[in-house]
Design a protein around this ligand. Structure first.
Ligand SMILES: [Zn+2]
Length: 333
């Protein structure tokens, strides 16, 4: 079968590999669409999260954001039939087929006919956004700031807007992504390349030496969806988040860090900030995300910026790497 195989940083190749063989209780899904996740991208760039792929003799098949059609079942799996359109979780979706292990077969989520495979492949990242949004728990009168307008940040925006009247401010370095945030209902957008975020949102003029010595800031909840890239210099998004958050506010950290950040914990203590790490999601959040897409409460179509065939695997990963251009790159094998 066709597959995109990861061999090392910046090295993903289109290859012909063996089609998976099913053990009893397992299900074979023909991939309809599979997105490139931020975590896949960290692997692609630096070899992070190498454990998150199906090992082959040489290389790994990445990809866990997929949807497709059930084409084979070994034995009897309750609630699943050949021909079902589904989305679920698993590793190795950058391929023509994926084997769903017996312990995961119960988590195959049926898809409404009105939802395309491409949209359905964004269920998993929406669940990641929903988990972060649940931690942020937006209330109508609050102001929430989302830093980083990639698929996760934009998904958090969609969750906040679907479930509350909270004001949402989105911050990014890319005008293209910010325009998307506006299209999806952001009340305000800020390009941090042009505007000093801390000055704009705390009202204080800060010198860079003293970024965090202040204790003001009026933002109820800040989401760090940017993290710290390997070569980034200057005050981290996390430090900026701590500067703009209000007394007793929350900072939800959903990004991945490629380098360590230094945080003045006296600021955390003096402001009584809750720092909440947000990793992945619970199964009920995955199901809720599928429901939000099916009901039309959240429209994921505007977030898919590119689709590629597996044959163009390398180009697809390079495209997702260019944040300015891509929001979500999806393989349609
Ligand atoms: Zn993902």
């Amino acid at each position: 079968m066709k597959a995109a195989v990861f061999h090392g940083p910046r090295d993903v190749r289109f290859e012909d590999i063996d089609k998976p063989q099913l053990e009893p209780g397992e299900v074979l899904v023909r991939i309809g669409a599979c997105g490139i996740c931020g975590s896949d991208l960290h692997t692609y760039r630096h070899g992070m999260f190498l454990q998150l792929g199906d090992p082959l003799e040489s290389g790994r098949v990445l990809g866990h954001e997929f949807s497709g059609e059930v084409v084979e079942i070994n034995g009897d799996v309750p609630g699943v039939s050949v021909g079902d359109r589904v989305t679920t979780v698993g590793m190795g979706g950058n391929a023509e087929f994926i084997r769903i292990s017996a312990d995961r077969a119960g988590a195959l989520v049926p898809l409404d006919d009105s939802i395309s495979y491409v949209e359905a492949a964004t269920t998993e990242p929406l669940a990641t956004s929903l988990h972060a949004a649940n931690l942020g728990d937006a209330q109508d009168e609050e102001t929430h700031v989302i830093i980083g307008a990639g698929i996760i940040g934009l998904g958090i925006l969609q969750c906040i807007k679907a479930r509350s009247n909270a004001k949402a401010i989105v911050v990014d370095l890319s005008d293209k992504r910010l325009a998307k945030a506006e299209e999806l209902g952001a009340d305000e957008i800020i390009n941090a390349r042009e505007t000093n975020l801390v000055e704009a949102l705390s009202g204080d003029v800060l010198d860079s030496e003293n970024l965090l010595s202040q204790t003001s800031g009026g933002i109820d909840v800040v989401y760090d969806c940017a993290g710290m890239g390997k070569n980034f210099q200057g005050p981290s998004v996390l430090e900026q988040a701590l500067a703009i958050v209000r007394q007793n506010g929350k900072v939800v950290v959903v990004a991945v860090f490629e380098q360590d950040v230094t945080v003045d914990f006296n600021v955390v203590i003096r402001k009584g900030v809750q720092i909440l790490g947000s990793w992945a999601w619970e199964m009920d959040e995955f199901l809720e995300s599928a429901r939000l897409i099916a009901s039309g409460e959240i429209d994921r179509k505007p977030l898919v910026s590119h689709t590629f065939a597996l044959e163009d695997a390398s180009k697809a990963y390079e495209t997702q790497l260019v944040a300015e251009e891509a929001i979500k790159v999806v393989f349609t094998p």
